[in-house]
Design a protein around this ligand. Sequence first.
Ligand code: S3P
Length: 431
Amino acid sequence: MENKTVTPHAKGLKGTIKVPGDKSISHRAVMFGALAKGTTTVEGFLPGADCLSTISCFQKLGVSIEQAEERVTVKGKGWDGLREASDILDVGNSGTTTRLILGILSTLPFHSVIIGDESIGKRPMKRVTKPLKSMGAQIDGRDHGNLTPLSIRGGQLKGIDFHSPVASAQMKSAILLAGLRAEGKTSVTEPAKTRDHTERMLEAFGVNIEKDGLTVSIEGGQTLTGQHVVVPGDISSAAFFLVAGAMVPHSRITLTNVGINPTRAGILEVLKQMGATLAMENERVQGGEPVADLTIETSVLQGVEIGGDIIPRLIDEIPIIAVLATQASGRTVIKDAEELKVKETNRIDTVVSELTKLGASIHATDDGMIIEGPTPLKGGVTVSSHGDHRIGMAMAIAALLAEKPVTVEGTEAIAVSYPSFFDHLDRLKSE
Ligand code: S3P
């Protein structure tokens, strides 16, 4: 296990950072390239551990994929070009790989086995395997097909009209991908709008999609054609430095080329509501996704209430929003966020336990957490990532404001989504 001691830095973070490629979009670019006919080239790919797991799974399924840093070339031969793997498919720590590949493997007439790490082994897969089974796939695994290792025998599926009980883009995407090869039409209706990268990118690959409010439908039997995909910077990675810039005194940080898709940009709304000085410049559309350059400055912050439909639009940012709330005046309430319990860790528990060690006034609720601020954060303690990349980064940012150095245990987990995180932090500290 790697540990990192982060020293406080109240004298200000300054500079410009180009955050790495979006994780959700990088996964999809590789997957859709593997399903398409013709070559797909990806620019701005995130070479994080999760996206490398996706590449390795599709290579095992017989697809030629070359990756060098942020450039990927996928030589797709269409769905029929995928072959039974001679080995198990290891998804590592990646929930997106697991759920989306389940949708794809369900359509393929051979046997596959998926395994992942200890955290993946605890994450619920029935939300995906149940509807896929109802479409005709044979899937089994621990806890009646809920937990990895999972075994899949796919084949000809029939379309379904699925009303999803949880707002999950991974679930929506898995079913839509299966629907692409199913007989007839497949519809997914969500309880709240989730990230729409699958819909946007499938359209760019030539697929016809119907959208009506919270329902997305797809006709089976459509083919994908290889494309050039430009991946925007990941707003979920930018979030750590947006928060650092807003709360560390004397800071001004510019983050360039950040994806601001409205289904992902809930954190920008929250920052504004809390009173942050945030400017958005150079708004443009790149590869079907809106992007902009964001500049944040040290701000006077107030507590807010966060709940309802905004939650899926900022679910991955809640750990770092909790850190920000410790420095805001008054009470911040985060509710309707039960999904936090089934992320890489139970993020209600891990955020509350680690911020409590730093002296924050925070307590867990059934569906979120309540934070009272502002509180000074104390140093001289050791906190843990619990093997969760976003908890590791949230703690490293909190440590910038502590009274003494803080040791963050398990920082190797950060490579899942932001391998250059500490290099970027050091650069902002030195300018
Ligand atoms: C993702 C969807 C979200 C998110 C995850 C990435 C995706 O998960 O938390 O980090 O790429 O579709 P859920 O679908 O479980 O909400």
